[in-house]
Design a protein around this ligand. Structure first.
Ligand SMILES: Nc1ncnc2c1ncn2[C@@H]1O[C@H](COP(=O)(O)OP(=O)(O)O)[C@@H](O)[C@H]1O
Ligand SMILES: [Mg+2]
Length: 247
């Protein structure tokens, strides 16, 4: 289990969040929904160990994490592929930076590229493939970091609706087939309801968790037309709208 305990982030005179605590089951999927600018990305950077927190600590499987970077892999809205590297070299970046065996890494990379629908595109440059394919490549690269916790900061926000749906399936595979614990920021209420086992609704600054919705008893994959989900979506929408009005 991932346990975030009392963490705070304060930039000189701006308290982004103070004493935030929550838990995500190992192998679970948590979605974070909240108004723009409320501190979601800052929270993820703290969990990823990219920024320090001003209080609290984070536990994984009952142990306090001292080096968060060793346990987490992060993916953003922008694919951040290097334009002068082909797709294979881009996804091999973790293998190189972590100084893993190149041969094993390369065959693992090719196997994953093929599983994510990119076989035959290994030697294309990023600009030669579509936005959806680039995000698939970014997902493969994130997988090759071989971390247990995936932090996805609006990974699908820049994609059109159809591409987005097919990528949602891939993200679900990351959780279920690759057995990762996934934390994802999204602005799309339906996306959160399709994918998550738990949804955290967040307030405006300073960010608090205003509601935690447990979806773990709803089997996946889920479908858009389900009445129960539609009703939940409406409740979430009104809760978040209240946050915008109060902001
Ligand atoms: N390095 C920083 N220094 C000062 N303020 C920051 C820094 N990073 C983010 N902020 C502020 O923290 C708040 C939350 O930002 P962010 O986490 O990006 O929000 P979100 O991802 O929810 O849109 C914003 O008001 C932003 O201006
Ligand atoms: Mg953000």
């Amino acid at each position: 289990m991932l346990r975030v305990c009392d963490i705070s982030k304060i930039y000189s005179d701006l308290a982004v969040f103070t004493n935030i605590s929550f838990m995500v089951e190992k192998g679970g999927f948590a979605a974070f929904l909240g108004p723009s600018g409320c501190g979601k990305s800052t929270l993820f950077r703290v969990i990823a160990g990219i920024e320090s927190s001003d209080s609290g600590h984070i536990e994984w499987e009952g142990l306090k994490l001292l080096n968060l970077k060793e346990n987490t892999a992060m993916m953003l809205q922008k694919d951040l592929l290097l334009p002068w590297f082909d797709i294979l070299d881009n996804v091999l970046i973790p293998i190189k930076t972590l100084k893993r065996d190149t041969k094993t890494g390369e065959s693992e990379a090719k196997r994953l590229l093929s599983r994510f629908g990119l076989s035959g595109f290994e030697h294309y440059l990023p600009y030669q493939i579509s936005g959806g394919m680039r995000q698939r490549a970014a997902l493969v690269r994130t997988l090759l970091f071989d971390r247990e916790i995936f932090l996805l900061d609006e990974p699908l926000s820049a994609l059109d609706a159809l591409t987005r749906q097919s990528l949602q399936k891939e993200i679900l595979r990351i959780q279920l087939e690759f057995d990762k614990t996934v934390l994802m920021i999204t602005h799309d209420i339906m996306e959160a309801l399709m994918l998550a086992d738990k949804i955290f609704l967040l307030s405006h600054l300073p960010m608090r968790i205003i509601k935690e919705i447990d979806l773990s008893n709803l089997p996946k994959p889920r479908y858009h037309l389900d009445f129960e989900l539609a009703e939940m979506a409406e409740n979430i929408f009104f809760t978040l709208k209240g946050e915008l009005i109060n902001a």
